[in-house]
Design a protein around this ligand. Sequence first.
Ligand SMILES: Cc1cc2nc3c(=O)[nH]c(=O)nc-3n(C[C@H](O)[C@H](O)[C@H](O)COP(=O)(O)OP(=O)(O)OC[C@H]3O[C@@H](n4cnc5c(N)ncnc54)[C@H](O)[C@@H]3O)c2cc1C
Length: 368
Amino acid sequence: MSKLEKFEVDSLVIGGGVSGVAIARELCTRYESVFLIERNNQIAQETSSRNSEVIHAGMYYDQDSLKSKLCLKGKELLYDYLKERKIEFNRCGKYILSSTDQESETLNGIYENGLECGVDDLMYDSSLESKYPFLAFKEAIFSPSTGIFDSHSFIHSLSRDFESEGGNVILGNEILDINESIRGFEILVEDKKTKNQFLVITKILVNSAGLNAVHIANLINEENIYKEEFVKGEYYIYQGKERLDNLIYPTPTENSLGLHATIDLGKGIRFGPSAYVVDAIDYSLSVDQKSFFLKSVQSYWPGIREQDLTPGYSGIRPKLQGEKDFVVDSGSMNNSQYVNVLGYASPGLTSSLALAIEVSNRIEVGLS
Ligand SMILES: Cc1cc2nc3c(=O)[nH]c(=O)nc-3n(C[C@H](O)[C@H](O)[C@H](O)COP(=O)(O)OP(=O)(O)OC[C@H]3O[C@@H](n4cnc5c(N)ncnc54)[C@H](O)[C@@H]3O)c2cc1C
């Protein structure tokens, strides 16, 4: 290792998804030389481009959780940013439906939890039946501050901000190993094209490696206690004639907010994501899951037939076993600071600008 070329930087962010790019942009306002390393040849090629692109309002999460705090703050920051940068969004609102008495109780729990968390614009709505007569439900609540947005343009805009502040994005390079030294963390990096290896030495290290974040956390600290769980979600595209102006969600399940109907900015409709645990990262759609998928959609939209759905895409939620919340795990070693962003599944897009501030504050407190 000693013969490798070495580079010293102030801070290094691992991963060029929405969390890494937002964090790097924030760090750049506080530190001199900030580097972001991404193993793919472009940013946002993994979970950050395989999701629903929904701006969540924040009524589902436990009041004192990090998800609740970051989603509520992140939603406001995100809407402001999109407006300022003229990035396309639609504050279209969403309905959450119950289809049994038990689900109505859960729905009421979401309404009450929303109020406690500060989501004070939720309302019970009885106009849905005339608006969308093809839907079947018992009760519905409406969330006006939920929206959709062009997440791709958003992430690229954050990356441009980062680079124009002097930040450096290094693509096509993979972090292979991490060791501690008195000068900081020594990060072994490989250029995936040339196979050249080099060392980056940094006093500040942020691990926002998405589905690989637990592995990287283990490299930083062998005593890391977190275990990953991958929960896959598939999408199918609706080919029928009905149109929606709002998002339609069923009552949430344990692993997800429910297999919903999402409109895109062009008013196309897609259904998803489903939720099932997988061992490996494989984005192909499972034939075995399709009938369950169809049944879930039919629970609130009974007229949907198999031929109305064509295969879309899938994403994989980077969850932690036994943990519902996001985990921002920070600490110091030999006067160097690290932060691991773990379990960063939904509402990670919505929360990203607030997460960036949270991570940056943790580093500042750790260094002081
Ligand atoms: C099905 C689904 C639907 C969702 N819907 C929504 C939604 O509607 N609204 C919402 O707010 N959130 C949603 N989310 C959550 C959101 O998409 C994620 O929270 C967010 O995209 C995670 O971003 P990330 O940057 O942490 O991870 P990623 O986007 O996965 O980025 C991590 C990056 O790290 C890189 N990396 C990993 N290891 C290394 C290494 N060793 N060296 C270099 N680079 C490395 C990877 O290549 C990757 O680019 C959804 C998620 C899923 C799965």
